[in-house]
Design a protein around this ligand. Structure first.
Ligand code: HEM
Ligand code: HEM
Ligand SMILES: [Fe+2]
Length: 445
């Protein structure tokens, strides 16, 4: 760690781990409900658990991104964060808004819009919070000595992500209009600007870990940004097939979204080729595994499994089924979960000054979580295909089909236990490192 203010990152990562733990608990509640054991129904109904599960996901990832930015920007710009106190206030208010929202969901204080359930009054608090965060990041970049491509791509991703939150706040009393703009947030986040954030963090990690020249690595970033925008913007059309808008989206959405995997492929090729070119001398091997793992798993989960249901002819059958959950899990985990884990694994030794990266629990965390998540993906996929066949081909009733596919959720729960054990090991490591120390300022990264 070079700058004292980078320590802020640690606390955002800690919040991230806490929220992930809660997300997993709600995941299990749903897995059991799918198996037919819905004992908590009166207190936590399935729809509540689902909203809590997905919202916690978004917040732990965002908290991870914010931590990443608070670490990366001072280092890249060669300047302390402009206001550390404000950064801590931003952390605490982020956690508070999150807690109020989650508690509110249990008392039906929410909007029934998938992923954007947060009620409007709280939305405004989110906006203020994110503006504070961006203010600190942009001011630090502005005052800093250097503005690298990596830091600019990361900041651009964060600023666009904030701007794209706004279309989700417009009020419509028309379902189609509401849905149309809801996707500007959900789709253009994960298949647009978050990819820039991911690309920025990936580039930073590769520069640090592989030792390859910055110029070479940053050239790739242009390719990734270009491919993302060319395919992702009009690719939004893959959510417009059957929501009540014009038929033109069948063609536009089909063609452009089918091109989206190229950006993920570029990222995977980028990471692997930089690794092969590099010196392979950096001792933090586990951070390297998470970094390469991100690039590869996101290509499979987002690129290939996205492609699997993106054409209108296929999506007509699979829309809104467990096939979507299959893709949603591996894509979110592979791209955004793993990149957060990668930056945490890289920064913890630097923030705390304790180089504990060569450990068995670190390896167990990596393999158990990833194999567990792959297993979960397969379980969702098999359940999804069975659901599509019985419900959409055979015409069976939704509820009857859910009974038929209960057995697949036993497999899901077994794999989810493996995944959760891996996460347990990761959090154990996180705690073992301890909190940031002054001595860390002197240690070499
Ligand atoms: C990291 C990137 C990605 C993430 C995190 C992600 C995640 C998700 C999630 C959570 C959903 C469910 C959304 C909802 O119903 O509210 C979804 C839907 C969908 N995704 Fe992705 N996705 C990613 C990339 C892609 C890519 C690259 C493609 C296409 C090649 C794709 C194709 C689809 C399609 C077609 C749907 C709609 C499914 C339906 O009709 O039910 N996704 N994605
Ligand atoms: C122990 C771990 C987990 C279990 C048991 C679990 C289980 C579930 C279940 C049962 C659903 C609802 C599916 C339905 O609508 O019927 C769900 C939704 C979802 N989960 Fe998980 N989950 C876990 C961890 C995760 C993680 C780590 C992520 C992301 C990194 C994640 C992302 C999602 C997403 C995006 C959805 C919404 C999918 C969609 O829109 O179709 N889950 N999860
Ligand atoms: Fe999409």
């Amino acid at each position: 760690m070079k700058y004292n203010s980078q320590k802020v990152a640690y606390w955002f990562f800690a919040l991230s781990m806490l929220l992930l733990t809660l997300q997993i608990i709600y995941g299990f509640i749903m897995a059991f409900a799918h198996m037919g054991y819905d004992g908590l129904h009166e207190i936590i109904a399935f729809n509540t658990a689902r909203a809590v599960h997905t919202n916690l996901l978004v917040v732990w990832i965002l908290s991870g991104f914010m931590g990443a930015a608070y670490y990366i920007i001072p280092e890249e710009a060669e300047h302390e964060l402009v206001n550390v106190k404000l950064a801590y206030i931003q952390l605490i208010t982020l956690a508070l808004v999150g807690v109020v929202a989650i508690i509110g969901y249990h008392f039906n204080y929410w909007e029934g819009r998938k992923f954007l359930e947060i009620p409007r009054p709280l939305d405004f608090l989110v906006v203020i919070n994110v503006l504070t965060f961006l203010g600190i990041i942009v001011a630090t970049l502005y005052k800093g000595k250097k503005r690298t491509t990596t830091s600019l791509v990361l900041t651009m991703g964060l600023v666009f992500a904030a701007l794209l939150y706004l279309p989700g706040m417009i009020w419509f009393d028309n379902q189609t209009m509401d849905s149309f703009f809801r996707w500007w947030v959900v789709h253009l986040w994960v298949e647009g600007v978050w990819e820039l954030i991911m690309g920025g963090i990936l580039a930073f990690l590769l520069i640090k870990i592989t030792g390859v020249d910055r110029e070479v690595i940053e050239k790739w970033l242009y390719v990734i940004v270009g491919l993302t925008f060319i395919s992702g913007i009009l690719g939004t059309g893959h959510h417009y097939y059957y929501i009540g808008v014009g038929k033109v989206w069948l063609i536009v959405g089909g063609i452009f979204s089918a091109l989206e995997p190229l950006a993920f492929l570029a990222m995977a090729l980028f990471a692997v080729s930089m690794y092969r070119k590099g010196e392979k001398k950096h001792p933090n091997k586990i951070a390297l595994s998470w970094t390469l793992g991100t690039a590869i798993t996101s290509f499979v989960g987002a690129g290939l499994l996205g492609l699997a249901h993106t054409l209108p002819q296929v999506n007509m059958y699979t829309h809104g089924t467990l096939v979507t959950a299959m893709h949603g899990h591996l894509a979110f985990w592979g791209a955004y979960g793993m990149i957060v884990f990668a930056i945490i694994s890289y920064t913890l030794p630097n923030l705390t000054g304790r180089k504990l990266y060569d450990s068995t629990s670190g390896l167990l965390a990596f393999w158990l979580s990833n194999i567990g998540m792959l297993g979960m993906t397969v379980a969702f996929g098999v359940a999804g295909v069975a659901q599509v066949y019985l419900e959409r081909k055979m015409g069976m009733d939704f509820g009857d089909v859910q009974k038929e596919i209960e057995v697949h959720f036993v497999v899901l729960a077994v794999c989810a236990t493996m995944f959760a054990t891996g996460i347990g090991y990761y959090i154990y490591e996180f705690i073992k490192y301890g909190t940031p120390s002054k001595e860390a300022l002197q240690t070499k990264n």
